[in-house]
Design a protein around this ligand. Structure first.
Ligand SMILES: *Cc1c(COP(=O)(O)O)cnc(C)c1O
Length: 361
């Protein structure tokens, strides 16, 4: 068996302990004689798996009682539409903070359901930094304010959340969920596709305050597209993504057993610092994002030319580093170093970066 350092932005690396445990339980989950994949979602055994996953997630983050946890399908992308459908339903207006591709997609969907006002945007500077949140003006009639915490593509991250007063703040945390502690009560709703930092593709985790769930109780929408039926049925209105929830549950246990989210933040800061420090002293590479907006999860950078970027990727193969290519919309290079990327992977990457710089400067 040869595991390699996979710098993919998602689906991404998972902790080896989790994969091993899942492998051991593949054919016979704890004496049931079947795999979790083959199990009825209405069985006692599966009920225990989903209940434990939710309880562990609540413990890990410290989710207050007045928030529901939902495990849905459809990826983060379905939320771009579900959020306005369910929540842009009071004044039919919402405020959006535009930090690039992911929020643009969310804005595009929201426009189908009401008036979108972009109250801050990083567009003028090519999304190389997070717009300043000091003095942000929120419209008092907004049904919610929408943001994306960590932009996976550019490698930007909010260091400070906007103060939206009584207006619910909705946050796409797909690529930084569980990378650091989360103060849930600052938000009306948080959501994350699992495949970046938490588990396999196919599960979207939603943490939503009860008053926002209630907004969808009577809406004339197909049942799957309303939050209320999912909340009332413990994410089992229909068949949930059972195997994905099982793996997410194991990742939650792994995080709890390894010092929780404070410890994760420390570890992620230490990993990111190794690459950013190297980039900042180098005259060859250039970090793509300004210092105060940098992501701990997705480190974006460039060599002096597109040709050298391509050569860098080619050379990375000899060390079996994969998925270092930047997003197709930005070009350049990107190392995604989520929770499961060990610090040795980051050190090995920087050693290769040095070697490449020496050979080409
Ligand atoms: C990947 C990603 C998405 C899209 O997720 P899907 O699961 O592919 O729909 C949305 N937002 C962010 C921040 C992402 O990183």
């Amino acid at each position: 068996m040869a595991r390699i350092y996979n710098f993919s932005a998602g689906p991404a690396m998972l902790p080896e302990e989790v994969l091993k445990e899942a492998a051991e339980e593949m054919l016979d989950y704890r004496g049931c004689g079947m795999s979790v994949m083959e199990m009825s979602h209405r069985s006692k055994v599966f009920q225990q798996i989903i209940d434990e996953a939710e309880a562990d997630l609540r413990k890990l983050i410290g989710i207050p009682e007045n928030y529901k946890v939902l495990f849905l399908q459809g990826g983060a992308t379905l939320q771009f539409g579900m959020i306005p459908m369910n929540l842009m339903t009071v004044n039919k207006k919402a405020d959006y903070i535009n930090t690039g591709v992911w929020t643009k997609k969310a804005i595009q969907d929201a426009k189908l359901f009401g008036e979108v006002r972009v109250i801050a945007s990083g567009e003028e500077n090519g999304f190389k930094r997070i717009p300043d949140m000091k003095g942000l003006k929120v419209n008092p009639d907004a049904d919610y304010v929408y943001m994306c915490d960590n932009n996976t593509i550019y490698g930007t991250k909010f260091k400070e959340y906007p103060d939206t007063g009584n207006i619910p703040l909705i946050c796409d945390m797909s690529s930084c969920f569980l990378s650091e502690p989360i103060d849930v009560k600052k938000f009306g709703m948080i959501y994350a596709g699992a495949q970046k930092n938490v588990g396999p593709a196919g599960v979207t985790i939603i943490i939503i305050r009860d008053d926002l769930v209630a907004r969808s109780a009577e809406l004339p929408l197909p049942v799957y597209l309303r939050y209320a039926p999912h909340a009332e049925n413990g994410s089992m209105y229909n068949t949930p993504p059972t195997y994905g929830i099982y793996i997410c549950g194991k990742v939650f246990k792994w995080l709890l057993a390894n010092g929780g989210l404070e410890k994760r933040k420390e570890a992620n800061e230490a990993k990111a610092k190794i690459i950013y420090d190297y980039l900042d002293q180098s005259k060859f590479y250039k970090a793509s994002v300004e210092k105060d907006s940098r992501s701990l999860m997705n480190v974006t950078f460039r060599t002096p030319s597109d040709e050298l970027d391509a050569e860098f990727l080619e050379g990375a193969k000899k060390y079996k580093f994969t998925n270092l290519k930047g997003h197709r919309s930005t070009g350049g290079l990107r190392a995604s170093i989520y929770n499961a990327m060990p610090i040795d992977g980051v050190k090995a990457l920087v050693a290769y970066m040095k070697e490449f710089e020496e050979a080409h400067k």
